[in-house]
Write a protein that binds this ligand. Structure first.
Ligand SMILES: [Zn+2]
Length: 237
């Protein structure tokens, strides 16, 4: 459904699928696709079409798009989404969620969101005695000719983060190495990355994994920053 997004890089294949039916405005499309930007030179985006698409959504869909999938919406499309949220009398913080996904941040601003998360209970052991942070676990599992390399960002207390990295290491050492030909290579990579990532699990200040988690959820965090329960749910995934 076309929601008025622009400046989003699309592959030639995706562009072909998206552009032909809805004449999507996409400046970065590959040259072998129809260049629809010319069609919009005088008229801009068909904002009425965008408006109709927002109106067709259920409240649930609208909230999801606004809080989680608004990156790259043009200012006109953001305005349409805001009006629709106001028309339906939904929580006004959702509008801030849209804006939060369409601006850039300083480290200090990111760390303000990190602070909200750091004070929560650990989603694994449920204690609040330690300040929370993030890690990335890397797991490798091989099935003869197929080797899976799975990265996952996890939020928790330092001890639980250590345990998560250790569990990924144990699983990788047991199941990762015997794939051909990537098993050994990926297993070694996983061991190095898990051990390296563990080093920042006990930092008092937000580490790179917590910051990237915050950025990936910034629309939700801005919308629900005053609702401790909602933010707690957010880190439990
Ligand atoms: Zn814990």
């Amino acid at each position: 459904m076309y929601l008025g997004r622009s400046n989003k890089k699309v592959t030639a294949k995706q562009a072909a699928v998206i552009l032909v039916p809805v004449l999507r405005k996409a400046p970065n499309v590959a040259s072998n696709c129809i260049d629809t930007s010319k069609l919009f030179m005088n008229t801009g985006i068909d904002i009425e079409f965008v408006r109709q698409n927002y109106q067709k959504m259920t409240d649930e869909e609208l909230v999801r798009v606004a809080t989680q999938d608004s990156t790259g919406l043009t200012p006109e499309a953001q305005e349409v989404a805001k009006k629709e949220i106001q028309r339906r009398k939904l929580d006004r913080n959702i509008i801030q969620g849209i804006q939060a996904q369409n601006r850039s941040y300083t480290i200090e601003e990111i760390d303000k969101y990190c602070e909200i998360i750091q004070k929560l209970n650990c989603p694994t052991c449920n204690t609040s005695s330690q300040i929370l942070n993030g890690t990335m676990t890397v797991e490798v599992v091989s099935y003869v000719f197929l080797t899976q390399y799975k990265e996952k960002i996890k939020i928790g207390c330092p001890d639980c983060l250590d345990r998560a990295n250790n569990a990924a290491l144990t699983k990788t050492v047991a199941l990762g190495w015997w794939g051909i030909p990537w098993g050994i290579i990926r297993t070694i990579q996983s061991i190095i990355v898990n051990l390296k990532n563990k080093k920042t699990n006990h930092n008092d200040t937000p580490n790179v994994f917590l910051r990237s988690f915050v950025l990936s959820k910034v629309g939700l965090l801005e919308t629900y920053k005053d609702d401790k329960e909602k933010v707690q749910q957010l880190i439990s995934v």
